[in-house]
Design a protein around this ligand. Structure first.
Ligand code: SF4
Length: 396
């Protein structure tokens, strides 16, 4: 699950880009009709030359992909995610972001986000990284999962070059962060691991200029690219869809095991980690399985790993289901606490006690929230104001 996107004034720029794309298509068709520059009247010639510069801008969104192998017959084998797809010449990838162009794997997802928002970092969801600060949240189209309840299917299930996009190289992202006084860049809404070239380039640049980076991901990615992504990213929110391979196969079109491996990689790389588990009525609301999941998290990732139990909202191909009852979220919170996890939250339910962070020692609320809004912060220097207990997280 990812947060459903909400429009921002910054995204209005994308509509300009759409009208440009329409004009570009018109002039490309002119070219196909064989109308050379020489035979055109001067005004039309100037217009065509102008649009040729716009086509050149399109090329900025194309880059040779990382993580693939060339095969003798012109096919390529992608090694970015556990699907290891082999692509024929001209074939577009399952995740929409990669294409085999003459035996080279090219990414279509580079410098061209379709979303650029300023959001509270809590929307990540990150409840243990700099609470109350804003983040520049962005996304490029595409995804390598097929969740039937996808909250952002209109951009996640589309190739990036068919969306309304911004032209956003790393320098402009840094400018946005500074202008909006954001402390972090958040890659979210779709699946950031299927455009690693852009994420790595942006995070290396912004990190070197004092802005931190966080990612919300489904974690269906191979260990090598994930470790590379970790280099300049301080925190990950990983959507653990269910602790059940059947659910992954039937509802998300993938498998559980690589996601668990990714969680371990992030932990081993010593990056801050929060887990999101969206509870879908009748599909993954079995408390016995939720208990197994919480016990696995405690054993393998540590009791300080926050978990957010999210309320399902009918969307995409699961519109016939009801929203998750609040008492199911309550039950999951109790299961998580009983399993020994220290920080257990409700997500998409407010007001709710599960929006708050409680001190594991004195049990008082160290951060009171209403959904993503901070109402009270009793956590000076990352320590409980009431009993001085250290609370795990990134607070500076
Ligand atoms: S990243 Fe995309 S192209 Fe590569 S294996 Fe995964 S789904 Fe296939």
């Amino acid at each position: 699950m990812k947060n459903k996107i909400s429009p921002s004034p910054l995204t209005e720029r994308a509509s300009l880009e759409q009208s440009r794309q329409g004009r570009r298509e018109f002039f490309k068709q002119l070219g196909k009709l064989g109308l050379g520059l020489a035979v055109l009247p001067p005004a039309l010639k100037a217009l065509l030359e102008f649009h040729q510069t716009l086509w050149a801008q399109d090329a900025k969104s194309l880059k040779e992909a990382d993580y693939y192998e060339q095969m003798a017959d012109g096919r390529v084998r992608c090694t970015l995610c556990p699907n290891f797809h082999i692509l024929n010449k001209g074939e577009l990838s399952f995740c929409f972001t990669r294409i085999n162009r003459n035996g080279k794997l090219i990414t279509l997802a580079y410098n061209n986000p379709c979303i650029l928002n300023v959001d509270p970092i809590e929307k990540g969801p990150f409840y243990h990284i700099r609470p109350g600060t804003n983040t520049v949240a962005l996304a490029i189209g595409g995804c390598n999962l097929r969740c039937l309840y996808c909250q952002n299917w209109n951009i996640a299930m589309e190739r990036p070059d068919r969306l309304k996009n911004l032209d956003l190289p790393k320098e402009k992202i840094l400018d946005s962060a500074r202008e909006k006084e954001c402390k972090t860049i958040l890659f979210s809404f779709t699946e950031p691991t299927v455009y690693p070239e852009y994420v790595k380039e942006v995070t290396a640049f912004t990190f070197s200029h004092g802005i931190k980076n966080v990612i919300c991901t489904a974690g269906f990615v191979n260990p090598t690219p994930l470790k590379d992504l970790c280099k300049n990213v301080e925190g990950f929110a990983v959507t653990l869809k269910a602790f059940n391979d059947k659910f992954y196969q039937k509802i998300c079109g993938q498998n559980l095991a690589p996601v668990l491996k990714s969680l371990e990689v992030i932990k081993a790389e010593k990056r801050w980690l929060e887990i999101v588990n969206l509870i879908v009525p009748s599909y993954n609301d079995d408390m016995k399985v939720i208990k197994e999941m919480c016990e696995w998290i405690k054993k393998n990732l540590g009791e300080d790993t926050p978990i957010h139990f999210g309320r399902f909202v009918p969307e995409y191909k699961l519109k016939d289901l009801p929203p998750t009852p609040v008492n199911t979220i309550d039950d999951a919170l109790k299961v998580g606490k009983d399993a020994g996890l220290k920080y257990v939250y409700s997500f998409n339910v407010a007001p709710h006690d599960g929006n708050n962070t409680y001190c594991p020692a004195c049990k008082k609320a160290v951060i009171k929230r209403l959904a993503f809004k901070i109402l009270e912060n009793n956590l000076p220097n990352g320590k409980c104001k009431f009993c001085n207990q250290k609370i795990a997280g990134v607070w500076e």
